[in-house]
Design a protein around this ligand. Structure first.
Ligand code: NI
Length: 182
């Protein structure tokens, strides 16, 4: 997303880009959940726990991390829908993955959880009215961003990690300017 220097134009641009993209994000999330689910199920339990290197996450841990992301973003999106602005904590990804011991969770359950959580998030994203697209969201200590940025960044994040677990299914080519680089 190109951010113009003019504040008025910036706001206009975000709304224009968001007008179709929020629904698009919801549709893409649903497609991803439906396509990736069976592909993940084809990976064996023993393959899912292999860590590719020191300090690297296994496939189970990556999907667990995506469950954490879905859980946090579900909260963010719903709260941003009903509050004038969002103030929400960030979360420590490594600590969340380690403390929940995703390595010891049953792979099939983890896949189902991930899949249905994303169908839920897709449903919630569809409910975001245009008037909420620019709701300012403070996540942890980061600079505030409009809600549409969080929505797009959520899809970008899911896509990034799914392509690690399922490199052969490639998934989605998001345009380089899909989200702002700021
Ligand atoms: Ni991540």
């Amino acid at each position: 997303m190109q951010i113009s220097t003019s504040p008025e134009r910036k706001e206009l641009q975000i709304v224009e880009l968001a007008g179709s993209s929020v629904i698009k994000v919801a549709e893409l999330l649903k497609i991803l959940a439906d396509k990736a689910g069976p592909a993940l199920e084809a990976i064996s339990e023993s393959a899912a726990v292999i860590k590719p290197g020191e300090g690297k996450w296994s496939k189970k841990e990556i999907i667990g991390h995506l469950v954490d992301s879905a859980a946090n973003n579900h909260q963010r999106f719903v709260r941003a829908l009903i509050e004038p602005e969002l103030h929400f904590p960030s979360y420590d990804q490594e600590l969340w993955v380690r403390s929940q011991a995703y390595q010891h969770m049953e792979w099939g359950q983890l896949i189902e959880l991930w899949r249905y959580y994303n169908l839920m998030v897709a449903h919630v994203v569809k409910q975001i009215p245009e008037v909420s697209f620019n709701t300012q969201c403070w996540i942890g200590a980061a600079k505030p961003v409009p809600l549409v940025y969080l929505v797009r960044d959520y899809l970008r994040h899911v896509t990034h990690h799914l392509s690690q677990v399922l490199p052969e299914l490639l998934i989605l080519q998001l345009p380089a300017d899909f989200i702002s680089s700021s």
